[in-house]
Design a protein around this ligand. Structure first.
Ligand code: KG4
Ligand code: ZN
Length: 336
């Protein structure tokens, strides 16, 4: 089975071809970052236009890299939400058009669900598993009981952790999106130099809050007088954010135990799961509970077409396909 996955929900135009044997035959990503950078964030209209300009080239390259002709594709999966409506319309319409022209099935995929299941493309993980989903737009802990079966244990009440990384990075002059650059800078800093708050960590819930931490970094940045101070602030922020994620994950594991949910592993997904310090912390939290920690390789944590194609494979194996009149959903919570 050759499934073509198309992703266009945010600022990456991506297409990939994946098989049910977990082979990634191609994975093409066109990042629009250069087009948005000067504005310090994503401009939805520019994103939609860039998707429109690049999508046919990206899909053609995905086919060429996989050495496949379009007539050999079994089905097309398209990200239909959540995300920016302009991009979703471009990508999902492109996917539906291929499905219609070639007379093959179309699978409408949820971008967040694709992140949530992406680990099953690269690892052998069975349900149920505990998932920490950390991206630019989402931050939540849930038990993945199966395809479409999510039990949300907690989520952010304000910013996502990716947004916090990006805002702190922007404040410290790393441009947009700055999560990865902040991680690099943090290596040179002393993570104990600044004391920063950990909002909601005393509460019993698995909910997150990052806006207070962000404000604390803004105030602390006024005491930054040298490049070393800046590196110290990056390290202190990253340590605090990572510690919050670790503590909440530990709490979620306790809830699973109390509910007698037999978790097979702890999984992280989404762009922030590419962060080495996040991975290290989750590894140690999981090990202290006798569980393994798994995550997709960093390049499959950030947005890509392979995770969309893989969710397409998972759904096709359950005979789940969708009508071509499936409307893109800018808001589409997990499991709905
Ligand atoms: O999953 P993703 O590519 O897009 C969304 O679905 O939102 O996640 C993007 C987010 C951005 O906030 C970016 O700064 C963050 O992931 N990110 C990182 C790292 N790489 C990407 N944050 C911290 N450390 C990283 N290495
Ligand atoms: Zn994403």
């Amino acid at each position: 089975m050759y499934v073509l996955g198309i992703e266009s929900s945010c600022d990456e135009t991506a297409a990939a071809i994946v098989t049910e044997r977990k082979e990634i035959l191609s994975n093409v990503i066109y990042s629009q970052i250069d087009e948005h950078k000067i504005f310090g964030g994503i401009v939805p209209e520019i994103a939609a236009r860039a998707h429109l300009e690049k999508i046919d080239l990206v899909v053609a390259k995905a086919l060429a890299d996989a050495h496949l002709d379009i007539s050999e594709i079994t089905a097309v999966a398209g990200a239909c939400g959540p995300g920016l409506i302009g991009g979703l319309i471009v990508g999902s319409t492109f996917a539906k058009t291929i499905a219609m022209a070639m007379g093959i099935p179309f699978v409408a995929t949820n971008h967040i669900e694709a992140h949530a299941l992406s680990v099953r493309l690269t690892e052998n993980v069975s349900f149920p598993y505990l998932l920490l989903l950390v991206s630019g737009g989402h931050c939540q802990l849930c038990v993945v009981h199966g395809i479409d079966l999510f039990e949300v244990l907690g989520k952010t009440i304000d910013d996502s952790v990716g947004e916090a990384f990006d805002k702190v990075a922007k404040l410290l002059g790393f441009g947009y999106p700055g999560g990865a650059a902040l991680e690099k800078e943090a290596v040179h800093g002393n993570d104990g130099a600044f004391f920063l708050p950990s909002p909601l960590c005393r509460e019993k819930s698995c909910d997150f809050s990052f806006s207070g931490l962000k404000t604390a970094v803004l105030i602390a940045s006024q005491r930054c007088n040298s490049p070393q101070d800046k590196a110290n602030l990056c390290a202190s922020f990253q340590k605090t954010a990572v510690n919050i994620l670790g503590r909440k994950t530990k709490r979620a594991l306790n809830i699973c135990r109390a509910k007698n949910i037999k978790i097979t592993a702890v999984i992280a997904a989404g762009g922030v799961a590419a962060n080495g310090a996040v991975r290290k912390e989750l590894h140690s939290v999981s090990a202290s509970d006798g569980l393994s920690f798994l995550a997709p390789p960093p390049q499959l944590c950030t947005d890509n077409g392979a995770m969309i194609a893989w969710l397409g494979v998972e759904k096709l194996l359950l005979n789940q396909t969708h009508d071509l009149n499936f409307a893109p959903r800018p808001r589409w919570p997990l499991g709905e």
